[in-house]
Design a protein around this ligand. Structure first.
Ligand code: ADP
Length: 730
């Protein structure tokens, strides 16, 4: 008891400084994830025994190279048009290139945008697209339209430049390779949202926070949190542990598995947190083989169940690179490219054993590794070689009798569910970088999903790349040891189409799709208008370009997936109470305000208990990652607090129902004019009432923010004098 007292006192001191620093000035901190391990028994589990010793590390490589019914939920997304298009893309494989030099005659949409609020993909934008000027007759009919080409700043495009240039040329748009003094319509960044800091309008092809969000640890946390709520729906992600914090848990669980059944023989893959292209990855069969330290520092990594039985083609392991466009976060719009790439290993696959654990070319499908194997096959054909189109692989499977419609349907589900898992934190990053009301660009982003097919054809998520390579050349060994970049027809075929069609969808003159989404479409289980096939080809394009290679999957399939967006509703509450612009963490006053506004305290759960919940949870989270040492409560800590509040309030329900009930309760309080505690406004950014999955916080004025900060100071002073009589009641 006295120990606890001392600890809490220390925490009060920390809160004091947080109150002064964070709430007053805004903490520009990173958010961490939950540390709870999903108790999910993954359907992918292949645990076993054996404890070999030599984990292998692959070569370090330079990065410079650069509520629905059960039936509905279980229904396959049988999207014949998507499947059909894959077929077309394979049969007419050079279709896109045939169109390269054909003219796009942009006639305009005929849509009157002026004076209308336009969903820009993220938050509402009131300005009509600048590049379209309309004059109208007195009777309202359009007299004439003048259009100038869409302008694209390509000065920061880096390795995607080649493919981008071809795309812009095909669209007859205007490229600004050195940037432009006046604003451009679209800014294409090679790495991150922050590649160019001085953008106040237009659209940028990166979201703030996406890189951080998709690092291996953060992605694992996000998927695991959702997995906790929906274990059956999120069984596509291999069981994972976060190092170093879950080392003990990992070791204990492995020991128990082996004790229970000595015939099981598990293999694990260890991936450094910030790694890419296979850097630093190694396989192990025993926790003692983990490389826990890098110098004096603990290595941040994810250790993951290794999928021992992947689907093989020509005896080789391969994975799928699928391109996914997040066209908009609010409302959520997801597109999937009908064509993708498959990357093949260069050494015939054998199930892992102690002897072959170090065979990188057998176990890792990374192009950047296999290209150096000596057995890498460069091919101009899309259906042979070490890099092939996805459609060619699917057709090969179809020829063997595989139900590729089902495989596609499962892949689409995996993509939508993964995006749903990362969106909550992404929204926190977004509002911190582009607070509502601040002039700023809107964002979209192409992501690279790496997916493995298991022998039983079940797709497994390996990782999501925030910055997938858009290079259309590949490295080739021209003479022994000398590598050069040479054009790669397969890369060009796939990547130019993805970039060009992303641009077509982001054309500021064609925002029609966002207009048509009624709010109700984002309510759980609500009907949404499925976009007509005309969406596939802009009417302006008059058939000059091939139909879009990007297919909308969300909100198209809202009905099947909207019930999964629970953590996003928790994030919406979190954002509402954040207060200061740019902040990503809740201070103790804001947390109290949340409790009070949502009427969650009572005689059994006093405000003193609330403070203790805050302290306990933030303290637990404060050491999980170096970034999380910032004061305050990040989103994942808030989610944990929310789970614990829900469990305490709705004891008799199962976890998911507890969360839904508490969310409904909180949202009802926030929607109710009576429940709208005036004090809450001092910490909140108002949120539209009807929206449960949308966070449209409006601008908070500096005065309420200052009030919240001074409240925090007062609270901190009071907290210091609280005795621990109340201890933790939760
Ligand atoms: P990187 O970002 O370094 O490429 P990945 O997570 O994509 O890291 O892993 C690299 C490669 O390792 C993948 O392309 C795949 O071939 C293999 N791999 C990764 N995770 C697993 C897994 N859980 N089971 C089997 N193979 C895996």
């Amino acid at each position: 008891m006295s120990d606890h007292y001392v600890k809490v006192k220390v925490q009060f001191e920390q809160m004091k400084s947080f109150g002064e620093d964070a709430e007053q000035e805004g903490v520009d901190a990173e958010v961490q994830g939950t540390d709870s391990v999903s108790p999910v028994t993954s359907s992918i589990t292949t645990l076993g025994t054996d404890s070999p010793k030599t984990p292998i590390s692959c070569k370090q490589r330079s990065k410079s190279r650069s509520k629905p019914s059960k039936e509905e939920k279980n229904k396959h997304i049988s999207d014949l048009s998507l499947f059909g298009s894959v077929a077309a893309s394979h049969v007419g494989k050079n279709l896109n290139r045939l169109h390269h030099e054909r003219m796009l005659h942009v006639k305009g949409t005929g849509r009157i945008l002026q004076g209308r609020s336009e969903s820009n993909g993220n938050f509402m934008l009131n300005n009509p697209p600048k590049h379209m000027q309309e004059t109208r007759r007195g009777d309202g009919a359009k007299l004439a339209k003048k259009k100038r080409p869409v302008t694209v700043d390509t000065s920061k495009a880096k390795t995607s430049l080649e493919a981008l240039k071809i795309s812009i040329k095909q669209l007859k748009w205007k490229e600004f390779p050195l940037g432009r003094r006046a604003a451009c319509d679209i800014y294409w960044h090679g790495v991150s949202f922050h590649d160019n800091e001085n953008i106040n309008s237009g659209q940028v092809n990166k979201f703030p926070g996406m890189i951080e969000m998709l690092r291996k640890i953060n992605l694992s946390r996000a998927v695991r949190t959702t997995q906790e709520l929906f274990p059956e729906e999120y069984d596509f992600y291999p069981r994972s542990w976060i190092l170093p914090e879950e080392y003990q848990l990992f070791s204990t669980q492995m020991r128990m598995v082996k004790e229970n059944d000595s015939t099981v023989n598990p293999t694990f893959i260890v991936k450094p947190d910030g790694g890419s292209q296979g850097d630093g990855i190694y396989l192990i069969r025993d926790p003692s083989d983990l490389k826990l330290m890098a110098g004096s520092q603990a290595r941040q990594a994810v250790v993951q169940e290794y999928i021992q039985r992947p689907l093989l083609i020509d005896k080789l392991k391969f994975d799928i690179r699928l391109y996914v466009l997040i066209k908009s976060l609010e409302p959520l719009e997801i597109y999937i490219a009908k064509e993708g790439l498959t990357r093949f290993c260069t050494e015939p696959y054998q199930e892992p054993c102690q002897k072959n654990l170090s065979h990188v070319f057998m176990h890792l499908t990374n192009y950047s590794l296999n290209v150096h194997s000596g057995k890498f096959v460069h091919s101009d054909s899309q259906s042979t070689g070490s890099k092939r189109t996805l459609s060619s692989v699917l057709y090969r499977l179809a020829a063997k009798g595989v139900d590729i419609k089902k495989v596609w349907s499962d892949i689409i589900s995996l993509v939508i569910k993964t995006v749903i898992a990362v969106v909550p934190e992404l929204k926190v990053y977004y509002q911190a970088d582009i607070p509502p009301g601040k002039p700023g660009p809107t964002c979209f982003q192409i992501l690279g999903f790496d997916i493995l097919l298991m022998k039983n054809l079940k797709p497994v998520l390996l990782e999501v790349n925030s910055n997938p390579s858009m290079r259309i050349e590949h490295e080739q060994e021209v003479t022994p040891g000398v590598f050069e970049f040479v054009p790669s027809p397969v890369d060009e075929e796939v990547k130019v189409a993805v970039i060009r069609d992303t641009l077509r969808l982001m054309d500021p003159g064609h925002k029609k799709f966002s207009f048509s989404q009624p709010k109700a479409a984002f309510e759980q289980g609500a009907e949404i208008p499925i976009e007509a096939e005309s969406q596939e080809r802009s009417p302006d394009e008059g058939g000059a370009l091939p139909s879009l290679c990007l297919k909308q999957v969300y909100p198209k399939y809202t009905k099947q997936f909207n019930h999964l967006r629970l953590v996003e509703r928790i994030a919406t509450l979190f954002i509402r109470f954040l207060g200061v612009k740019g902040n990503m963490r809740l201070g103790p006053t804001a947390f109290r305000t949340f409790i009070r506004t949502c009427k969650l305290s009572n005689s059994n759960f006093t405000m003193a208990s609330v403070d203790i919940v805050y302290i306990d949870i933030t303290r637990r989270w404060s050491g999980s990652t170096p970034e999380s040492r910032e004061a305050g409560m990040g989103l994942h800590a808030f989610v944990e607090a929310f789970f614990s509040l829900a469990a305490r309030r709705f004891k008799s329900l199962v976890l998911k129902e507890q969360i839904v009930s508490l969310l409904d309760l909180c949202e009802a309080q926030l929607d109710s004019p009576i429940g709208e505690d005036r004090r809450s406004l001092s910490c909140s950014r108002a949120m539209p009432r009807a929206s449960k999955t949308q966070a449209h916080p409006q601008l908070s004025s500096p005065a309420p923010a200052r009030r919240a900060a001074s409240q925090d100071q007062r609270l901190n002073q009071r907290l210091r004098s609280i005795t621990l009589r109340s201890s933790v009641e939760n």
